[in-house]
Design a protein around this ligand. Structure first.
Ligand code: ADP
Ligand code: MG
Length: 240
């Protein structure tokens, strides 16, 4: 469904991504892990059109999308959430979702979007907060709002950037069921960056590992957990 070929991204003298090949199967949950600064968010930004890569190509459903602007990529059916949540802070929760709906894949006007938004909020347990300003939400609620906004665009694939960071163990479990539900009930493919390894190991079919902008491993969670390079660069000896 989503494929990268030798993706390279530089920031001045720093090579944030070097010749990254990856392929996310339709209907799967694909995990991306690696130490801080290894290039994970940069890869999402290249896929979503925030950055144009210096080298390589991105394909979505067989068509090349390299270098398309973010709004066009969103309309094709690729949605993402941000590691540092980015709601429209001074707007109501419901309007945050309605605006995403208007600019997504469906052809929905603002009035219709406001009528449809509560259903999505209900699904994420945010319906009681519909009229709250986004800036007044707790972190866990803001993270749910990120997902609600992404879902509102009717994506075919969703990119989650460290969705579970900062959540407590109960919230992590809730997030795990939510992600499985998004895949099962909506048929949306998931590409997720995550540091909460318990979560990655539990729900991802395939995991890719970046280190200093280079892909050092790819495989099933089990293969990754016993890979010597991954243990050395990221997991630490307790995984050995
Ligand atoms: P990760 O998400 O894996 O923690 P990032 O993709 O955010 O890592 O960053 C990878 C590297 O690229 C880091 O060294 C970071 O400082 C650098 N980087 C990311 N974005 C920019 C930018 N806009 N300008 C300059 N350097 C950047
Ligand atoms: Mg990051």
């Amino acid at each position: 469904m989503l494929r990268g070929e030798k993706v390279t991204k530089r920031f001045g003298g720093l090579t944030a991504l070097k010749d990254i090949d990856f392929s996310v199967e339709k209907g799967s949950i694909f995990g991306l892990i690696g130490p801080n600064g290894s290039g994970k968010t940069t890869l999402f930004n290249v896929v979503c059109g925030v950055y144009k890569p210096e080298g390589g190509k991105i394909f979505f459903e067989g068509k090349e999308i390299t270098g398309l602007p973010p709004h066009k990529i969103c309309k094709l059916g690729i949605a993402r959430t941000f590691q540092i949540v980015k709601p429209f802070a001074n707007m109501k929760v419901i309007d945050n979702v309605a605006i995403a709906m208007v600019h997504g894949r469906g052809k929905v006007g603002l009035k219709e979007a406001r009528e449809k938004a509560p259903e999505l909020l209900e699904l994420l347990g945010l319906h009681r907060k519909a009229d709250t300003l986004a800036k007044s939400l707790t972190l866990a609620e803001r993270k749910k709002l990120e997902v609600a906004r992404a879902l509102a665009t009717e994506p075919k694939i969703m990119l989650l950037d460290e969705f579970m960071a900062g959540l407590n163990p109960v919230e992590v479990d809730e997030a795990l069921s939510m992600i499985s539900k998004i895949r099962e009930d909506f048929g949306i493919t998931i590409f997720m960056i995550e540091h909460v390894l318990k979560a990655v190991m539990k729900i991802c079919e395939k995991v890719m590992v970046l280190h200093h902008g280079v892909k050092i491993a790819e495989g099933s969670p089990k293969e990754i957990a016993s890979n010597k390079d991954v243990i050395k660069a990221y997991l630490g000896d307790r995984y050995a």
